[in-house]
Design a protein around this ligand. Sequence first.
Ligand code: SRM
Ligand code: SF4
Length: 573
Amino acid sequence: MEKNKTAPVQEGPPSDNERIKRESSYLRGTIEESLADPLTANITADDAQLTKFHGSYMQDDRDVRNERRKQKLEPAYSFMVRVRLPGGTATPEQWLTMDRIAHEYGNGTLRLTTRQTFQMHGILKWNMKKNMQAMNEAMLDTIAACGDVNRNVMGAPNPHESDIHEEIQRYAKDISEHLLPRTKAYHEIWLDEEKVVDSSEPEEVEPIYKDVYLPRKFKIGIAVPPSNDIDVFSQDIGLIAIVEDGSLQGFNISVGGGLGMTHGESETYPQIGRVIGFCRPEHVIDTVEKLLTIQRDYGNRSNRKNARFKYTIDARGLDWLKNELTERLGWSLEEERPYHFEHNGDRYGWVKGSNNRWHLTLFIQNGRIKDSEDYQLMTALREIAKIHTGEFRLSPNQNLIIGNVTSQKKKKINELVEQYGLSDGKRDSALRRNAMACVAFPTCGLAMAESERYLPSLIDKLEGIVEEAGLQDNEITIRMTGCPNGCARSTLGEIGFIGKAPGKYNMYLGGGFAGERLNKLYRENIGEEEILNTLRPILFEYAKERDEEEHFGDYVIRAGYVEAVHSGLQFHD
Ligand code: SRM
Ligand code: SF4
């Protein structure tokens, strides 16, 4: 690797998104008019950028796109809606509301996302206000769930350490609320609240974001070692909780993680966060706010492909960032504290928390909550929600924790788990329960290949190979995405698949089991047969040659299949 390699600083005229934000009157645009237009199920292109800040995406059903074009019909437009759910915690009442509105206004399924929240798909624009108002009644909102702002703040849902977990949840919520846009646009548009005439002074309306918001999306998450379930190094700001003798001392601060890239454009790359120091709990909100404002002021507003915080930092260096932060805070971060991560997956089944309550982690394949003929998952969870008095916690690996269950309720919940045959992970192979796929087709407009709809059948075939090799109990992380944006954090998998074209994937190897290292391209543009033929000998060799407790990602590096990638700047070397 070249020692002084840095990301390019691109200067040029602001991108069109900057105009849209600036002229939007603080995220209002003409969304109301677009929603009221009876001639199309679509909204205008500018408004489609602005609704993202309100947590909703205009999409069309790609399964029927060509057919409708032939019939000279407009695409089958509908909204995807993403909830803001800091730390992934929802009450049983909120679960029931999401279940109800998914049937009433959506496509009858729910998606638990890789950032611990709900997504609904298939909501027609005529139903959007009713949908948002139903959420609001359940104290749920979608503000800033997408768009060039701070997104849903992740927080380790670790059920073992219940007291620390409660604290982490509070920080996730406080950070999320502190960094929310202050404009009242959401309330006016979706909840029909009275229009507030905004001042023309950006500082008064949006003290943190001003009138142009951020150059790009921004993500924050809090991990509690030894679990790196939130993939802290993939976050723009990753907070690593430092716990001593059961009490929270503060947070190590990691900066500049981010996984998106574009095929064939080496100036875009996934990057791993770097720890720049430690701060006390009482300083964490100020610290993340100041880091976010550095990105607001220095992030690239010309080229959106190079606009994430990782590029801002890589172009100028960590020392620049630390100096800038110290100047804005008026004090310096302390030296980072020691920490150790063991894995980035979930641990399944029942565990007793330190508060004497029980927690059950269920395996949800690719986060999709739906009923099928032989698996009534959605019904089962609805029945659990009806009797549950604790909470639901959405995991960063698209799974679900039934949290804070009393001993009395445990028996009843277990009966439902058995009745509906819900999976506590143990009856699924180690490969399957460590695998994740993004949504991709048919809703994602950026998908190049299938992901959620394909990965389960690929795992069926890989299970045959690992069993033959005697690796059925080995945990190997597999992550698949339908394009290089990396929504299921594919460049952190020990095995990563990234869609290139229908049925074709790039295969990456060598990610760290604890999410500490990126993987590297091993084979390009291959289909299923080649995937299986390529992995088969490597898996057999791993079974024979590995050192005790050596993870697959470490083995493929030691055996020389790929080089270790500790910085995104080496990713394309
Ligand atoms: Fe993502 C865009 C789905 C987590 C990086 N992501 C999208 C869109 C909205 C497509 C679009 O822009 O039109 C996808 C909607 C699909 C659909 O039909 O629902 C989408 N992303 C998802 C979710 C639902 C995947 C999932 O299977 O769970 C995740 C929702 C998270 C949430 O609740 O907020 C999701 N996206 C991620 C992650 C993982 C994470 O944050 O931990 C990443 C990589 C980390 C990162 O941000 O660097 C990620 N999504 C992207 C990118 C690339 C950003 C970049 O820096 O280049 C895009 C495209 C973009 O922003 O231009 C994108
Ligand atoms: Fe869509 Fe690509 Fe994200 Fe998958 S990784 S959901 S295909 S944007």
